[in-house]
Design a protein. Structure first.
Length: 305
C-alpha cells in the first residue's frame, strides 16, 4: 500500500516508523543489558546474550517488513543455502553505502547469528541506536590516524586490545563477525587517491580480519564473502527509504579459511600478516570480477526511478 504514495512521502513515513520501532525495541534491550552489566559472570552472559540478540533480530524483521511493504525493488540473492543459526561465521563484504547494512541484515537475519560490526568510536553517541550497539557488544574502534599514532605511539595497541576483548566475548555465544575490509565506503575519489588496482573496490585491509581469526579462528564454521551490487548506481539511505532502488544483487560465497591463518599472533607475526593480506587480495580480485559479471547482466540506468 505504501508503494502507491509519492516517493518522498513514502520515505518520510518509513523513516518515522523505523524510529518508532527502534525506540520500542531499544527499551527492553537496554533494560536487560543493565542486568548483564551488573552480573559480570559468564553464566549470566550465556543466558542474557541470546535474549538481546533475539530482540535485535525482531527489530531487523520489523524494519524488513516495512521495506517490503514500501518498495518495488527486485532482489537477486544467491549462495545462502546450508547456513546454520547455531554456529560462528566470519562475514566479509564490499562497502558502498549505509544501505549495505540493511541489505546484509535482510539476507542473513535468522539464518546465521546476529551480525556484529566493528564500529567507529563516535557512533556510540548516535541517539538510542548507539546505546543499543553497546548493549549488543558491538566493538567500538578508535581508528587513530597515522599522524596521530606518530605523535602517540602508545595508542597503537588500543584498537588491537579492543578487538581482542570483543572477540573473546563473542566466543561465549554463536556470533557472526562482520567486516568491511575497505574500512570506508567506496567512492571514485577514494579509489583514485588510493590508486586502487580494482575497478569497483578500494584496497582491502586485513587488520580486523586477522584479529578475529587469531581469537576465534577455530570456532568459525566458515567464511562468507558477500558481494553487493546496485546496478542502477550506489544509492543513498534516503533513496532506499523512498523505494528508488530498482535492483539489488547479493552474491554470497561460502568457504573455509586456511587453517594456517587461524589462531596465530597477527599483531606480531609479520609473515602471517603478509600471508593473510595475500589471501584477502586474491578474494578481492575475484570479487572485482564478480561485480563486472553482474553489471554486464543489467542494462545501464542513468538515474533512480
Amino acid at each position: 500500500m505504501l508503494t502507491l504514495l509519492p516517493p518522498v512521502v513514502r520515505g518520510a513515513m518509513v523513516f518515522l516508523l523505523i524510529v518508532i520501532s527502534t525506540i520500542l525495541c531499544s527499551i527492553p534491550l537496554l533494560l536487560i543489558a543493565v542486568m548483564k552489566l551488573v552480573l559480570r559472570v559468564r553464566f549470566a552472559r550465556r543466558r542474557i546474550d541470546p535474549v538481546l540478540n533475539q530482540i535485535a533480530s525482531t527489530w531487523i524483521s520489523i524494519n524488513d517488513q516495512l521495506f517490503r511493504g514500501s518498495q518495488n525493488t527486485q532482489w537477486s540473492i544467491s549462495g545462502v543455502g546450508a547456513l546454520a543459526h547455531d554456529s560462528w561465521y566470519l562475514v566479509n563484504c564490499n562497502h558502498q553505502t549505509w544501505v549495505d547494512i540493511f541489505v546484509l541484515q535482510r539476507v542473513f537475519n535468522r539464518k546465521i547469528p546476529l551480525l556484529k560490526f566493528f564500529l567507529k568510536q563516535q557512533l556510540i553517541y548516535v541517539p538510542v541506536i548507539g546505546l543499543a550497539w553497546w548493549a549488543l557488544d558491538f566493538p567500538f574502534m578508535r581508528r587513530h590516524s597515522a599522524s596521530y599514532l606518530q605523535r602517540h605511539p602508545e595508542k597503537r595497541q588500543q584498537d588491537l586490545e579492543t578487538a581482542r576483548r570483543s572477540c573473546a566475548r563473542f566466543a561465549l555465544t554463536p556470533t557472526s563477525v562482520m567486516n568491511f575490509p575497505e574500512g570506508t565506503r567506496f567512492t571514485a575519489d577514494k579509489q583514485a587517491k588510493q590508486k586502487s588496482p580494482y575497478r569497483h573496490l578500494l584496497r582491502p585491509r586485513a587488520g580486523a580480519l586477522g584479529l578475529s581469526l587469531a581469537v576465534l579462528g577455530a570456532r568459525f564454521r566458515s567464511f562468507l564473502d558477500v558481494t553487493i551490487v546496485y546496478p542502477a548506481g550506489i544509492p543513498s539511505f534516503w533513496d532506499f527509504l523512498c523505494g528508488r532502488v530498482p535492483d539489488i544483487v547479493v552474491q554470497v560465497e561460502q568457504f573455509n579459511v586456511p587453517e594456517r591463518l587461524c589462531g596465530g599472533d597477527y599483531a606480531s607475526d609479520a609473515s602471517l600478516r603478509a600471508e593473510l593480506s595475500d589471501w584477502l587480495q586474491a578474494i578481492w580480485v575475484r570479487k572485482d570480477a564478480t561485480i563486472d559479471a553482474i553489471k554486464v547482466r543489467y542494462p545501464p540506468v542513468t538515474k533512480y526511478i
